[in-house]
Design a protein around this ligand. Structure first.
Ligand SMILES: C[S@@+](CC[C@H](N)C(=O)[O-])C[C@H]1O[C@@H](n2cnc3c(N)ncnc32)[C@H](O)[C@@H]1O
Length: 245
């Protein structure tokens, strides 16, 4: 399939799949979308709701939830559905530093981007960060091994299909960032969301940019409590799904 690197409305780049007319990120702004859907309504929501940011730097407040977070190691675990360009992973690494929270990040991807596509991405510049080496390392580290990227961010990139995810109660948060249901309807089904539900720990949260009725119904059918939230620029709504205790 023909692939083109393009610039989105906020200046950050993405990849366009020409035949599908589908993009890795919103054309209204790749960074803005990642920030809104995954960082603000995913990571920061989870952190705030669970009171995970301590007033004493480096120590999570233990609210009797040891079972759900790795309080001893001061960290939460995140699963990303569709590692792609590494933008969500990189922005999460930067956020971990800002809020002083340890993050164990797993990114699943069956079709890694090419080195030419990677070289064309402009995320550290657009995010105005000097952590270019960390962005490069995210891509250089081998697949299917847990790697330390910073003292607060470890990464396991898993090269496999989403249908082969078999984790049980492993993650606190899921960034569900597959291509849209228009082009890959098989990834937005009860069967996949059942896997997501099983892989989450109690009180876990899943966020996605999609707000389709069929997606919402598939999530509810497997047990999620689903809410609609305002979407990022250019998109009316998004979904956040929660697994109860
Ligand atoms: C919307 S893009 C992800 C964008 C990514 N989160 C980022 O920050 O760049 C969807 C990704 O899912 C991958 N993908 C598509 N079908 C898949 C499948 N069945 N199993 C695993 N990965 C798949 C694609 O290769 C693509 O990288």
């Amino acid at each position: 399939m023909q692939r083109k690197v393009i610039i989105t409305a906020d200046g950050s780049k993405t990849i366009h799949l020409v035949e599908w007319n589908e993009h890795y990120h919103s054309i209204h702004g790749a960074i803005q979308e990642a920030n809104h859907v995954f960082i603000k309504h995913g990571l920061l929501f989870f952190v705030e709701e669970n009171d995970l940011i301590s007033h004493t730097p480096g120590v999570l407040r233990d609210l009797g939830k040891k079972k759900y977070y790795d309080v001893s190691n001061n960290q939460i675990s995140i699963l990303e559905i569709g590692f792609g360009t590494g933008l969500n992973a990189f922005m999460t690494l930067l956020e971990a530093q800002k809020i002083n929270l340890g993050i164990e990040y797993t990114g699943v991807e069956a079709f890694p981007i090419t080195s030419e596509e990677l070289a064309a991405m402009n995320y550290p510049d657009q995010l105005d960060t000097n952590k270019t080496m960390e962005f490069e390392r995210i891509h250089q580290v081998p697949w299917d091994e847990k790697q330390t990227i910073t003292s607060l961010f470890s990464l396991t990139k898993q090269k496999k299909f989403f249908k082969d995810i078999e984790d049980i109660e492993k993650f606190n948060l899921i960034y569900f960032d597959a291509f849209g249901a228009r082009v890959q309807p098989e990834l937005w089904t009860e069967a996949i969301f059942e896997k997501m539900y099983t892989s989450l720990r109690p009180n876990g949260v899943l966020v996605t940019y999609s707000a389709k009725g069929s997606v919402r119904r598939a999530m509810s059918a497997v047990g999620f409590e689903v809410e609609k939230l305002p979407g990022p620029p250019g998109k009316r709504e998004m979904l956040r799904a929660r697994k109860g205790f």
